[in-house]
Each structure stands twice: as structure tokens, then as C-alpha cells.
Design a protein around this ligand. Structure first.
Ligand SMILES: Cc1ncc(COP(=O)(O)O)c(C=O)c1O
Length: 401
């Protein structure tokens, strides 16, 4: 298909739900994406944090190749070794508990919300069902998760929303959480680093207090690790930076190395609330996606990616802070591991567009925050190249204004 034909087909036949850049990609390898004209781009966006191990990592490709010739899908009323192996790996890296497999982040959070309600319904005298969430959260686009997200821009036109949520509590404001909690509160759902909300970090003291509060009040501490999971923050899971153990975590995005898989993991006594018939997903945890995901775990370990994040994170932050000293337009550089936000005093779209035209893919979240999330095996040389482009773009824009 020619370029114009592709653009036209999208216009004619695909729902216009995404703001798109006029870029058509046909190949990817590691940190590179290749467009239809053969031009290479350095990918510091990673598809909203899907490509943590880079595009088409050999461990993922060989796992998928091997599995695709054996069995792609199996209904969940049968057993498969791949799902068992992936569950074992997930539990090994997290906490004693059980996994439910699904296909996306929203679905994982939807499951966690149902689990919290099912768990809360066991308090027979006064069942618990309310979920508390935070300002600038993002938990997905289903009705319950868009309600949990709490932001008008994602909700308008879809009302009535789902009942039983207290949203928009300021992150890191423990007093505000205390005033929102009632004897009906079943759980607190949050991201330890808000991704879509602009790379905002929950602080350690706050998270520890939430843990204790949940213990005291018999509520579930649910951490949405859809964006922070699989090494993005330098630990395999974001919560591991906080010295606490949550009751439930949700994962998706990078878990499948590009294939659609999500899951929730819950401590044993909570997980067992969901007995047969209570929850399901036709495609959840198919042999193919589980094998891909095992490939992702192998890739992270074999290529020592967590150690690489520990090295590259201070390197890129130091360079970005130097850029901040040079350009007034940079208000703040923040983040953890390789989950990085560069907040501007201006809208970020222009910077993102100019970077793309110079061969660097980044994105902008929350209007003014440039988000950089390279693959976990990014090299110093790739960081240098990316920041050279970013600097040139910032210089051009600063001169123009
Ligand atoms: C923290 C978080 N939770 C949930 C989601 C929703 O995931 P999905 O798009 O796979 O439904 C996202 C997506 O950006 C996310 O960042």
C-alpha cells in the first residue's frame, strides 16, 4: 500500500480515537523503529512503555516462534504449562499469591476493582465496596477504570459513571486519604509513579502510611503497575522501591514484549475470593502470550537490564539537568529509573513533533510533560544521540519564541 492510501484507509475505516502523528512504521529492532521510507528513528517512547526490552527482542521472538508452531490459544477450562510457568515467574518476582490473566491494563484494573468488591462483600455486617483513587491517576478506558481515573477529559460523554469511587484525592496527601476513608472503603488504587498524569512520584512515607492504613482498616492496597512494571523504575516492579508489599498489583504493557497480555496478582487469601464463575477472560493467558512474557523475563535477566537501568538512569538524569540549566523552558526534570518526565513551561507537542522530524520519538503527557521511556537496555551512545536531538530542538524553539 502507498502512504496516501494508508492514511486514507485510516480516515475512511478506522475510528478516529487517537491523535496521530503522520508516521508509518513497518519494522522495529531494539531501540529503533523503521518507517515506510526506510528512515530510522530512535524510540524513546516505547509505545507508552510496552517495549521495555526493545522491539523484537531475540528472546521474545524465539519464544513466540517456538510457541506459534505448537499452540496459539487454549480455553481456560484446560491446563497449559506456559501459563503455569509464567505464573510461577510472576510470583517469584513479587509476593506469595495467585495470578489472574487477561489482555490489557484496563482489564487488569477492572479485575482488581471487582476483586476488591468481592473481597469487601465478605464483611457481612457492612460490606465494603468503595475504591479510593488519586488526582492525575490513569487506570484505563473501561467504564469502571475511566471512573477510577477521575479526570473529566476522559469521562465526558460517557456518564453515568460507575458508583462507588472516591477520586481526585491529592497524591501524597495522607490527611486527605484519611478523610475519604469510611467503613465502606474496600481498597485504595494507585500508581507509585503516575505515568499518564505527568510522571508524579508517590513518596515513601505516604506509601508506607497507606500500607498501614489498609492493614488497620482491612482494605486492599492495590498498585497499578501497568506502566511501572517489568523493570521500568529500576526494580522489577515499582512497589519494590517502597519497602512495602501490596495486596494486589496489576500489570500489562511491557509484560508481553508487544503481545497483548495483562494480569492481576493478589495475596492468597484475597485471590481465593474469586471462585469459579466469578471472573473470566477468553483470551487471558493464552499459550502464545505467556511464552512471549516468559521471553521478556528472560531478556531482562539475560541482558542484565535492571543493572543497566541503575547505570543509565543517573547518566540520563544528569544530562537532562544540564539541559534544564541551559533552557528556561524546562521547569523540572523528574522520575525514577528510566521513567522520566521533563516538565516544560510550555506545551510539549511542538517539541515532540520537531524531535520526530529529527528522528527521535518521545511523547508528551499532561500537555506539558515530555516523557522519555527508552528500552531498559539503552546505551550511553543512544542517550547521547537522543539528547543531542532534544537539545537542538529546544534551542530552535527557544530562538523562535
Ligand atoms: C497506569 C496505567 N494503568 C492502566 C492503563 C491502561 O492500559 P491499557 O491501555 O492496556 O488498557 C494504562 C495505559 O496507559 C496505564 O498507564
Amino acid at each position: 500500500m502507498k502512504k496516501e492510501e494508508i492514511f486514507k484507509s485510516y480516515q475512511d475505516w478506522i475510528m478516529p480515537t487517537y491523535t496521530k502523528m503522520p508516521l508509518i512504521f513497518v519494522k522495529g529492532k531494539g531501540m529503533k523503529l523503521v518507517d515506510i521510507d526506510g528512515r530510522e528513528y530512535l524510540d524513546f517512547f516505547s509505545g507508552w512503555g510496552v517495549a521495555n526490552v526493545g522491539h523484537c527482542h531475540s528472546a521474545v521472538m524465539s519464544a513466540v516462534r517456538d510457541q506459534v508452531s505448537k499452540l496459539i490459544h487454549l480455553p481456560n477450562n484446560y491446563f497449559h504449562p506456559g501459563q503455569a510457568k509464567l505464573a510461577r515467574e510472576l510470583i517469584r518476582w513479587t509476593f506469595p499469591g495467585k495470578v489472574f490473566f487477561c489482555n490489557s491494563g484496563a482489564e487488569a484494573n477492572e479485575g482488581a476493582i471487582k476483586l476488591a468488591r468481592a473481597y469487601g462483600s465478605q464483611f457481612k455486617d457492612r460490606p465494603k465496596f468503595e475504591i479510593i483513587t488519586f488526582q492525575n491517576a490513569f487506570h484505563g478506558r473501561t467504564l469502571a477504570t475511566v471512573t477510577a481515573t477521575g479526570q473529566k477529559k476522559y469521562q465526558e460523554g460517557f456518564e453515568p459513571l460507575v458508583e462507588g469511587f472516591k477520586t481526585n484525592i491529592p497524591l501524597n496527601d495522607f490527611e486527605a486519604v484519611l478523610s475519604a476513608v469510611t467503613d465502606r472503603t474496600a481498597g485504595i488504587l494507585f500508581e507509585v509513579v503516575q505515568g499518564e498524569g505527568g510522571i508524579n512520584l508517590a513518596n515513601k512515607d505516604f506509601v508506607r502510611k497507606l500500607r498501614k492504613l489498609c492493614d488497620d482498616k482491612k482494605m486492599l492496597l492495590i498498585i497499578d503497575e501497568v506502566q511501572t512494571g517489568m523493570g521500568r523504575t529500576g526494580k522489577m516492579f515499582g512497589f519494590q522501591n517502597y519497602d512495602i508489599v501490596p495486596d494486589v498489583i496489576t500489570l500489562a504493557k511491557s509484560l508481553g514484549g508487544g503481545l497483548p497480555i495483562g494480569c492481576m496478582i493478589a495475596r492468597n487469601e484475597i485471590a481465593d475470593t474469586l471462585q469459579p464463575g466469578k471472573h473470566a477472560s477468553t483470551f487471558g493467558g493464552s499459550p502464545l502470550v505467556c511464552k512471549a512474557s516468559i521471553g521478556v523475563f528472560k531478556a531482562i535477566q539475560k541482558d542484565k537490564m535492571l543493572a543497566n537501568v541503575a547505570k543509565m538512569s543517573p547518566y540520563i538524569f544528569e544530562k537532562l539537568k544540564k539541559l534544564q540549566a541551559k533552557f528556561d523552558v524546562i521547569k523540572e526534570v523528574r522520575g525514577i529509573g528510566l521513567m522520566i518526565g521533563v516538565e516544560l513551561n510550555a506545551k510539549g507537542k511542538e517539541v515532540v513533533d520537531h524531535c520526530a522530524s529529527c528522528g527521535l520519538l518521545i511523547n508528551c503527557t499532561h500537555d506539558t510533560v515530555l516523557r522519555l521511556m527508552p528500552a531498559l537496555n539503552v546505551t550511553k551512545r543512544q542517550i547521547d544521540s537522543a539528547l543531542r536531538i532534544l537539545e537542538a530542538v529546544l534551542r530552535r524553539i527557544s530562538h523562535a519564541s
